[in-house]
Design a protein around this ligand. Sequence first.
Ligand SMILES: CCCCCCCCCCCCCCCCCCCCCCCCCCCC(=O)SCCNC(=O)CCNC(=O)[C@H](O)C(C)(C)COP(=O)(O)OP(=O)(O)OC[C@H]1O[C@@H](n2cnc3c(N)ncnc32)[C@H](O)[C@@H]1OP(=O)(O)O
Ligand SMILES: NC(=O)C1=CN([C@@H]2O[C@H](COP(=O)(O)OP(=O)(O)OC[C@H]3O[C@@H](n4cnc5c(N)ncnc54)[C@H](OP(=O)(O)O)[C@@H]3O)[C@@H](O)[C@H]2O)C=CC1
Length: 515
Amino acid sequence: MSMIADFYGGKSILITGATGFLGKVLMEKLFRTSPDLRVIYILVRPKAGQTLQQRVFQILNSKLFEKVKEVCPNVHEKIRAISADLNQNDFAISMQDMQELLSYTDIIFHCAATVRFDDHLRHAVQLNVTATQQLLLMASQMPNLEAFIHISTAFSNCNLKHIDEVIYPCPVEPKKIIDSMEWLDDAIIDEITPKLIGDRPNTYTYTKALGEMVVQQESGKLNLAIIRPSIVGATWQEPFPGWVDNVNGPTGLIVAAGKGFLRSIRATPMAVADLIPADIVVNLTLAVGWYTAVHRPKSTLIYHCTSGNLNPCNWGKMGIQVLATFEKIPLERAFRRPKADFTTNNVTTQYWNAVSHRAPAIIYDFYLRLTGRKPRMTKLMNRLLRTLSMLEYFINRSWEWSTYNTEMLMSKLSPEDQRVFNFDVRQLNWLEYIENYVLGVKKYLLKEDMAGIPEAKQHLKRLRNIHYLFNTALFLIAWRLLIARSQVARNVWFFIVSFCYKFLSYFRASSTLKV
Ligand SMILES: CCCCCCCCCCCCCCCCCCCCCCCCCCCC(=O)SCCNC(=O)CCNC(=O)[C@H](O)C(C)(C)COP(=O)(O)OP(=O)(O)OC[C@H]1O[C@@H](n2cnc3c(N)ncnc32)[C@H](O)[C@@H]1OP(=O)(O)O
Ligand SMILES: NC(=O)C1=CN([C@@H]2O[C@H](COP(=O)(O)OP(=O)(O)OC[C@H]3O[C@@H](n4cnc5c(N)ncnc54)[C@H](OP(=O)(O)O)[C@@H]3O)[C@@H](O)[C@H]2O)C=CC1
């Protein structure tokens, strides 16, 4: 009997960011392990021409929720989508909905955030700081609330090398930042952003750190906990291995490598790749919800959900395994063969960017123009290079996160809970996980059929032949130009030709003798 699953039975749970990557896995697990929960309220905004209902329908009818429908056939009735925009005052929630939320909510999981690294500071503050503050205010008016779980990131203090499970204050108070965003214009915000973020690489990590400070400052009588996952990857085991549906973090680069766009990347092969599967994050989150509500720790506990100190993997090992998997299971319609390498300094990075990224894109666009089509590869490549530059900070450094609280929690779980809500990253086999991750990218993100693998392999063979042909032609042209201009090249050429001639004559003579 799982105490955690039992705890969520009959509960009304509010999730923000439920339409996001982590939010969906969280919802799935809740429904699957506690099908008798009362309701899950999700705050959703209409998006991309879809109504709330259409968005929920799409999520529930996805592959991710197949198992849920078996154990909880009335899942549609247990999910209550509430129209909300976290960028608006009171989240633009109707009075009636707000009343319902305030009266019934037992547990809150706050996952919503902007995870864009380069978001404008005003927007990042609005979502990652102000919205967190507003949600805490709402939570303080909920008479039945047992726990408020805030999802932050292990990189909120990435300006430090060793990070403990404590909140590190930022120099400027979040309240001052929130206030200033109201009256400063965009140009001034742009100017002060580098000064405010200081030695953090982007507005995302900075505003997530401010969000944590808000949680601490506005805690009041609330029962709070903060979870800091590192780089969230595809699922490890549940509901099935390899599930992923967006391009954030390493996923986009895996796609780019598999399609042959990504040929070199500035990374430190020995740096720790602190990936953590989404289902491990979700299992820890649910265990923390239970522990916070039932055991009511005296202070706000912070839980690091990281892999580096318990079961480290590095980017070199990950890169090699990604490419090895693409050898066996290639993606369809690749631009070039999946073949990539790490660069370690600025000069080699610029060189390989020019030779392996920009030049092939320009040549391909030239070919598209010649055949009357619209060029697109240069634009795509520029975007990839921009993404690479944004991610570089995280793949050239290692961090140490202490995990005392996470390990303490593990020791408090019953053997059954340790099994059902497994967040022990030591059990993870990286090579197997990465292979399933790559497969998941193919199947669930790109929606490619496994039946297409022979054709994909054939396509790669054609690309290889084109590559050899192209290189031979390039060599001959270069050589011809050289011969026309240099006496030394002509002499070398004469020497090679006469050598080959003598060699062939010798063979012809010796074979005639034998006969
Ligand atoms: C020793 C021997 C070695 C040999 C081995 C060889 C090695 C080979 C390598 C092969 C394989 C590779 C795989 C391993 C590489 C590992 C790299 C992993 C990097 C991971 C770092 C993550 C750090 C995370 C730290 C913090 C974690 C968090 O808390 S938050 C979650 C993370 N958030 C994000 O990831 C958001 C990042 N995205 C952005 O900020 C923005 O999208 C952007 C700034 C990058 C781009 O913004 P822009 O406005 O220009 O465009 P946008 O509209 O957003 O997107 C444009 C197109 O780009 C696509 N896109 C978006 N993100 C990614 C991405 N991560 N990777 C690739 N592509 C991405 C997006 O889909 C758009 O495409 P189109 O729709 O086609 O236009
Ligand atoms: N992915 C990762 O690698 C990591 C993530 N995290 C943290 O985990 C949490 C979840 O991240 P993840 O699932 O990856 O992110 P996603 O980008 O996939 O999801 C973000 C969620 O926030 C919602 N949201 C954004 N803006 C608004 C708004 N104005 N009103 C209502 N909802 C909004 C999105 O809704 P919509 O669908 O409408 O856009 C979506 O549901 C975040 O707090 C993030 O900081 C921490 C470490 C690593």
